[in-house]
Design a protein around this ligand. Structure first.
Ligand code: NAD
Length: 460
């Protein structure tokens, strides 16, 4: 049984936390759970991951993870080896840990409605082992009021304890981004929306000493839930704006990056304008889903919100737009896609990661596979199993074989291996008049053209 943190004085919690005498249970050991658990363990905490998937638990206990995040494997291996990190399917271990962080998934249903079944199941399982003094922190992205109206009643009902009286409860949104998750977890301030002031203070002490980050305390859990959704709606909308500007600039024969970089120097309010970058599409678990949470929230309030639906719709047009660009470029070279040899470089949805979850590259791959072209696919970051979720074609192991005799190179993820590969060597391997479609705008157009390619980016 843990010593209990909730209900103690700040000084007592401070001592427990600084001395790392409290254990942390992380419920839901997927992407966010594994990153959070591994980072906390690396900072000296005893961490136990709890997941319903036996395969995940077995993998962690062998010191491995398939979560595609740079440096995570090493962190998991080291901390499992020294005994600070372990995993189990047994929720009974909750009793031994003062802090319980819940990071289970919240997928979308067929009508883009949020599904909180895993949140409910996790609340039931945690509630069965809850004691006085526990601090429970929900980190999954959820529609506003889920902590108070779904999570809390189940915890209280199954435990017979009261939140804010017997145990602490807070919602702290996870705002890190794939690819830089480990750095961001220990640098981005954490928003705390708690059911009472004592829960909020205990949380802030954990984040200050546990991760070395500041906290922003808001009124209540639902406000914190809304913060996360506001962040992601802003990002998705801003990318949609960049994507539409890219289409306009392309039509006018301008370089959208010049437009955006110059536009972003204008001060507005306390910051400069900050238009994000266009690309061949938006992927991943959060941006493709969270705007729909807000859309549904609007519906529940009788509001017809245009913004989240519009940004999702605009960003979802980008894979087909990219495929259209390829067809046009090939036609300009007197070639047809069905008789061309196409080398697709990068299928992860983000540069320098192997993350293929909800990747927009899948739609471009599908269109290419159906086109009858001769297709090779290469991504040095993506594991063979994950690649199968995107393409039927086995990955070509090396870039040289992938691009040989290609009529077009289609870069859908701007991995550093592609940028570091000498353009002159690339030009030697491909066919004459080879098209270079830069789906992430990660190359210098002048350098690519100088190497002899027909270059095109998104909006440039
Ligand atoms: N991936 C991201 O970059 C990111 C960023 C910020 C926030 N989020 C949010 O964090 C949450 C988790 O996302 P993720 O990407 O880690 O999802 P994920 O699917 O990778 O992981 C969820 C894990 O929870 C486990 N699980 C499901 N039900 C469970 C239960 N009842 N008890 C214990 N474990 C259970 C699953 O087996 C899985 O391993 C989501 O709400 C997501 O929106 C994700």
């Amino acid at each position: 049984m843990g010593e209990g943190v909730f209900g103690r004085s700040d000084a007592e919690i401070d001592l427990l936390v600084r001395g790392k005498r409290s254990g942390i249970a992380v419920v839901g050991f997927g992407y966010i759970g594994t990153v959070t658990g591994a980072v906390l363990a690396d900072r000296g905490w005893p961490v136990t991951g709890i997941d319903v998937r036996q395969s995940v638990v077995d993998e962690i206990n062998l010191g491995k993870t398939t979560v595609p995040e740079p440096q995570l494997n090493e962190l998991v291996a080291n901390n499992v080896r020294v005994g600070r990190l372990r995993a189990t399917t047994n929720f009974g271990v909750i009793a031994d840990n003062d802090f319980v962080i819940v990071t289970v998934g919240t997928p979308l249903g067929p009508d883009f409605e949020p599904i909180v079944d895993d949140i409910k199941a996790a609340a039931r399982a945690v509630g069965e082992h809850l004691h006085k003094g526990h601090l429970v922190i929900l980190k999954s992205t959820v529609p506003p009021e889920t902590t108070e109206k779904v999570f809390r009643p189940i915890l209280e009902g199954t435990s017979g304890l009261r939140a804010g009286v017997d145990f602490g409860l807070a919602f702290c949104p996870e705002r890190l981004a794939e690819g830089q998750a480990i750095r961001e977890l220990t640098s981005i301030p954490i928003v705390i929306g708690a059911v009472d002031e004592r829960s909020a203070r205990a949380c802030a002490i954990l984040w200050r000493h546990g991760l070395g980050v500041d906290s922003i305390v808001v009124d209540d859990p639902r406000t914190a839930e809304m913060v996360k959704l506001a962040d992601n709606v802003w990002i998705d909308l801003n990318v949609a704006l960049a994507n539409e500007l890219a289409k306009v600039c392309d039509g006018l024969g301008m370089d959208v990056l010049q437009v955006i970089n110059a536009a972003n120097t204008m001060p507005k309010g306390s910051h400069d304008v900050n238009i994000l970058m266009p690309s061949m599409g938006v992927g991943g678990y959060c941006l493709t889903k969270d705007p729909w949470f807000v859309s549904h929230l609007g519906e529940s309030l009788g509001l017809d919100l245009a913004i989240p639906r519009t940004s999702r719709t605009v960003n979802d047009t980008m894979p087909a737009y990219t495929y259209g660009l390829l067809n046009k470029l090939l036609a300009e070279q007197g070639k047809a896609i069905e008789t061309s040899r196409i080398a697709l470089l990068g299928i992860a949805f983000k540069n320098n990661t192997g993350d293929c979850r909800l990747t927009p590259t899948k739609y471009v791959v599908g269109l290419l596979e159906d086109s009858g072209c001769e297709l090779s696919v290469h991504d040095p970051w993506v594991a063979a199993d994950d690649a199968l979720t995107v393409t039927k074609i086995p990955l070509t192991a090396d870039i040289e074989s992938a691009v040989e005799r290609a009529d077009a190179l289609v870069v859908l993820a701007g991995h550093r291996q592609f940028q570091q590969f000498p353009l002159a060597r690339l030009a030697e391997l491909v066919s004459g008049g080879c098209v270079f479609l830069d789906g992430q705008n990660s190359f210098d157009p002048a350098a690519v053209r100088a190497a002899g390619f027909v270059y095109k980016g998104i909006g440039r």
